[in-house]
Design a protein. Structure first.
Length: 311
């Protein structure tokens, strides 16, 4: 999973050859009516190549140009369906210089399809800046919707789906990661995270500590041969992966919303805060207690500060 979406393999750079403005693949497929000019955001499979829509295939077949993260990965997908398309790389490392030529094509009325390595484009990838540039220039933009690892994980998790919050990738550094998790503690929705497999054990431990022992799921290798979804409280999942070590493959973490609890106050609240203060700062203790009780963080912080000053 790349820092892009968790919806596919690592972001590709097809080497010096693919860094040319266009791959030498002529669009000599069977003649078809021309697509109207504009940018087409095309979702591609996150694992199983059968998970692509008929409309997506039609757009890829008829587009004047297909912009993709890794021309090699996209070429494999197109070959699976007998499509010969003109490809050009568009990824994190070349987006700034590749954007202008794409906009020039759109200005000439051409149809440009944008795909990521897997899943839905624009989810944490450089396609967002291209989209904004197209909208600013007044070019037509549409989408051929399809797979998304976040949505697949959500519906398989067994957790509430009526309201959810996609948080993307958490920071790699522990301090920044914990700060971001703490900021999400009071979000009244199921939380979705993409995470590197190698950081999964420590991330689950942080989630359990800062959000409380909520119900959660770890979805791995979705739609692929070794698809796995583990459903358990956060502390249990953290313990499993601490003992087993990091798994392999693409990972999505789904965490249930804050639990509605009976009112906590007085001595009970003080006891929770005092336990949380053991070995933690006032801020971290307040965040943990607020996450567990559902009380406003400001109220818990004020009480934690008062208790800390008594020590």
């Amino acid at each position: 999973m790349s820092r892009r979406t968790g919806e596919g393999t690592s972001r590709g750079h097809a080497g010096a050859k693919s860094d040319a403005s266009e791959a030498s693949q002529p669009n000599d497929a069977e003649p078809a009516s021309k697509l109207p000019g504009g940018l087409y955001l095309v979702a591609t499979p996150i694992g199983n190549l059968g998970d692509i829509t008929l409309r997506a295939l039609d757009v890829l077949r008829r587009a004047d140009l297909v912009a993709c993260e890794d021309t090699r990965l996209t070429a494999k997908l197109l070959a699976r369906y007998g499509i010969r398309a003109r490809l050009t790389p568009y990824h994190d490392h070349n987006a700034e210089r590749a954007r202008a030529p794409l906009l020039a094509r759109l200005a000439r009325g051409q149809a440009v399809a944008l795909v990521s390595d897997a899943g839905t484009p624009l989810i944490s990838d450089p396609g967002f800046k291209l989209l904004r540039a197209c909208l600013d220039a007044g070019f037509a933009v549409t989408a051929a919707p399809g797979p998304s690892a976040a949505i697949v994980a959500l519906v398989l998790s067994g957790l509430a789906t009526d309201r959810f919050f996609f948080a993307g990738f958490l920071p790699a550094r522990a301090g920044a990661r914990r700060k971001e998790i703490a900021g999400l503690a009071q979000v009244p929705a199921t939380l979705l995270f993409f995470e590197s497999a190698k950081r999964l054990p420590e991330t689950l431990a942080d989630l359990a500590e800062l959000l409380g022992n909520r119900e959660a799921a770890v979805a791995r290798e979705l739609t692929k041969l070794f698809e796995e979804v583990r459903r358990a409280p956060l502390s249990e999942l953290a313990g499993q992966y601490r003992e087993e070590g990091p798994p392999k493959g693409e990972v999505v973490v789904v965490v249930g919303p804050p639990q509605k609890t009976e009112a906590v106050g007085g001595a009970d609240l003080d006891a929770l805060i005092e336990r949380a203060l053991e070995g933690s700062s006032v801020r971290d203790a307040a965040t943990r207690v607020a996450g567990v009780t559902g009380l406003p963080r400001r109220k818990v912080y004020a009480r934690a500060l008062a208790l800390a000053r008594k020590v």
